[in-house]
Design a protein. Structure first.
Length: 173
């Protein structure tokens, strides 16, 4: 009886957690004018990142644009979260528009969920991981040889090598 009750509790939690991400709404009339404004929307930023990851790229396109606009505005002005991008990351957006915003959202989410972590390697690993998850889902995703190469390097345990070469992440930081 206890096992059944525990199982039902866990199942209900997972369903509610998934529903929460799928039902994310951009905050109405959000204001991002001062440094203190960004802290008010940190939970929304995390939820937006999860929504972008879990929602197929070819579904809810209008909402995806709204969520992406919120993410970009939040990330570009945040006084506590830095998201670094370069040409290599821009390349992933060529075949699958939305990959760069997903990367930025995932980077911000990592920092916020990890007590404002300054661990650049872990942040980039997490963001790359979300890109790979979205790509592997195949939902609204176009084939991308560069992403396939990145996935292969991850599977071979060589993701750090890719980060060092392509994102210039210093392994000693």
């Amino acid at each position: 009886m206890k096992i059944t009750s525990l199982f039902l509790s866990v199942a209900l939690f997972l369903v509610l957690a998934n529903c929460n991400a799928q039902t994310f709404e951009v905050p109405a009339n959000y204001q991002l004018n001062e440094a203190t404004d960004y802290a008010k929307y940190e939970k929304d930023m995390i939820a937006a990142a999860k929504w972008l990851l879990e929602t197929p790229f070819n579904e809810q396109t209008v909402k995806r644009q709204e969520v992406s606009a919120f993410v970009l505005r939040w990330v570009n002005g945040s006084p506590t979260v830095n998201v670094e991008i370069n040409e290599t990351l821009l390349d992933f957006n060529k075949k699958n528009e939305g990959m760069l915003v997903l990367y930025m959202a995932a980077s911000a989410r990592f920092v916020l969920e990890n007590n404002y972590s300054k661990d650049m390697r872990a942040k980039h690993r997490a963001a790359i991981g979300d890109m790979i998850t979205a790509y592997k889902s195949g939902n609204g995703i176009k084939k991308d040889k560069k992403m396939d190469k990145l996935i292969k390097m991850q599977e071979e345990g060589r993701l750090d090598e890719w980060l060092d070469t392509n994102l210039k992440i210093n392994p000693h930081k």
